[in-house]
Design a protein around this ligand. Structure first.
Ligand code: NAP
Length: 519
């Protein structure tokens, strides 16, 4: 069985005890083990701060962009191997694995282009300058400079490749060195991604380190110039928000947590319209892609009361055609949940939701999977619940079931009620509305835009190119208010700001333009 290693202080570190076992979720066979016992976290931080940071800060944005381009290329060249690792450790089908692995190289490529476009500068002017006195002898201009610390990433189990790459793209472009800690249960892909990048000799020493296993005393050593970028559950986020060292030193913390995303069918959408077809296609994909283990998956579906029956019928037909099983077997279209813990949590969550919403498809339980031995594998068939009154529900708006499960509910067709019901989820990463009536969408944005990080509008005019609401594109913001964590990632240049210090430069206009204009 493979032993995953950590890459610390310029060396691969292999632990000798404290191992967690990683398994193939389709067969429950062990595939690797991981432990960070014995990792010297003080040395890791020193190497990043003293070597990696200075080396990156010496580079211009354009030069950092070249590093990202090479990283993207290296991952792309090894795509098939990474997809295979994803299958055996995350239980992904090829398209689902590629959503993670291809998403990683695509995001790096996007930020490579963005950074190269920033040219030969090492910091950024932000917005326009502003006159602060009667004339231009006193002027203001915001600039962004790289923080002189370490960017620590603690990532969720569901995106071992993209989770690493989307954060690393922004931190490295901004000029900060990285220590990445993937979720232990699915660290196989992340370990290989880091190994590929290191083997290719792309990055300066100290720019990238990897922790496979627990974080030891790493967090107790972070300081005021460091950043902790976390993706995972709201519970773990709460632990970090209360962490004495993080709060005591004002370590910058970004949280990407869970989210009860909603899809809303507009009242104008006809049964045979393009927009209805898009709604059904998107919603089914957003329930079942990656076996529902996406922070952006659709968990709640709102349809005008008079359309509820036909929407239910169509969703049941489509979701019923999904074949859950071992992705190695022919005909399988959806893999298992990633771990035994995830299955247990999903079954418990489904039971909680089924106390207030009735199943119309699936039973919210483990099933046997096609191509896997009976009783083995963490399979969970697509499950659709339905409830008559969305306002009377509590668990449906509170409990994230990280599995292919969603609840269908009626609403009165008004943008105001749709927004009100979506907001019961406490803040989403993405809300999707399917509608061809711009006035209705405008009303929805006004009433409910505050409760989401992204509003995805599916319509006849977007149908030819719309990728689905679950895709976190690097050009636009990823993150959401409230229970979604309140964080912000990606969004083009916005993504770099987490890793930079904003400085309000004040002085004469002529001086500031000379300083901030280019360097
Ligand atoms: P999790 O249990 O919170 O774990 C996330 C990460 O935190 C793992 O790397 C875990 O390490 C680490 N961790 C947990 N407790 C820690 C502690 N006390 N100190 C240091 N590290 C700690 O979440 P998960 O089960 O992996 O991921 C599923 C959740 O992530 C879902 O709720 C999903 O919605 C959310 N998610 C959000 C986004 C987003 O962008 N908003 C994206 C993906 C997933 P170990 O694995 O070693 O325990």
């Amino acid at each position: 069985m493979k032993t995953l290693r950590s890459y610390i202080d310029g060396r691969w570190h292999e632990a000798s005890d404290g191992f967690a076992t990683l398994v193939n979720p389709s067969t429950e066979e062990p595939v690797a083990r991981a432990s960070s016992h014995g990792v010297d976290f003080a040395a890791a931080l020193a190497w990043a701060r003293q070597k990696g940071g200075p080396a990156l800060r010496k580079l211009t944005f354009a030069e950092r962009g070249e590093l990202l381009k090479a990283m993207s290329g290296a991952l792309r060249e090894n795509r098939d191997e990474l997809l295979e690792l994803s299958r055996i450790n995350n239980g992904t089908t090829k398209p689902d694995g590629n959503f993670d692995v291809g998403g990683a190289s695509g995001t790096l490529a996007y930020y490579a282009g963005l950074a190269r476009g920033l040219g030969d500068r090492t910091f950024l002017a932000e917005g326009d300058g502003v006159q602060l006195a009667r004339d231009e002898s006193f002027w203001g201009q915001h600039v962004l400079v790289p923080r002189h610390g370490v960017a620590v990433f603690i990532n969720a189990f569901n995106f071992p490749a993209w989770g690493f790459a989307e954060k690393a793209a922004c931190a490295l472009a901004a000029g900060m060195p990285v220590i990445v800690k993937p979720a232990t249960a699915t660290a196989l892909v992340a370990e290989r991604c880091v190994e590929i990048v290191l083997e290719a000799g792309i990055l300066p020493d100290g720019a990238l380190q990897l922790v496979c296993g627990g974080t030891g005393d790493l967090l107790d050593r972070l300081g005021p110039q460091d950043v902790l970028a976390f993706t995972g559950s709201a519970d773990t986020a709460r632990h970090f928000r209360r962490h004495a060292r993080l709060t005591g030193y004002n370590v910058r913390l970004n949280v990407e947590a869970d989210s009860l995303n909603a899809a809303v069918l507009g009242p104008d959408v006809g049964a045979d319209s393009t927009t209805m077809a898009l709604f059904l296609k998107d919603v089914c994909r957003e329930i079942t892609q990656k076996t529902g283990q996406k922070c952006t998956a659709v968990r709640r579906i709102l349809a005008p009361a008079e359309r509820l029956g036909s929407v239910r019928e169509s969703l049941v037909e489509r979701l019923g055609a999904v074949v859950a099983g071992n992705p190695a077997a022919d005909g399988v279209t959806m893999g298992p949940l990633a771990t035994a813990d995830q299955l247990e949590d999903a079954v418990a969550g489904a039971a909680e939701l089924m106390a207030e919403a009735a199943p119309v498809l699936g039973a919210g339980r483990r099933v046997d999977g096609t191509g896997s031995p009976a009783g083995k594998g963490y399979f969970f068939a697509p499950t659709l619940l339905e409830a008559a009154d969305a306002r009377r529900l509590e668990a449906v708006h509170r409990r994230e079931v990280f599995a292919p499960l969603a609840t269908l509910m009626p609403y009165d067709g008004s943008a105001a009620e749709a927004a009100e019901l979506v907001a019961l989820g406490g803040g989403t990463l993405v809300t999707s509305v399917y509608c061809d009536d711009d006035a209705w969408v405008r009303r929805f944005l006004g009433a409910g835009g505050n409760a989401t990080g992204r509003l995805y509008v599916g319509s006849e005019s977007s149908a030819p190119a719309a990728p689905g609401s679950g895709v976190a594109l690097p050009q636009t913001l990823h993150g959401g208010p409230g229970r979604a964590g309140g964080g912000e990632e990606l969004g083009g240049l916005n993504g770099l700001k987490l890793y930079m210090q904003r400085v309000a430069l004040q002085g004469s206009r002529v001086m500031l333009e000379a300083v901030a204009g280019s360097d």
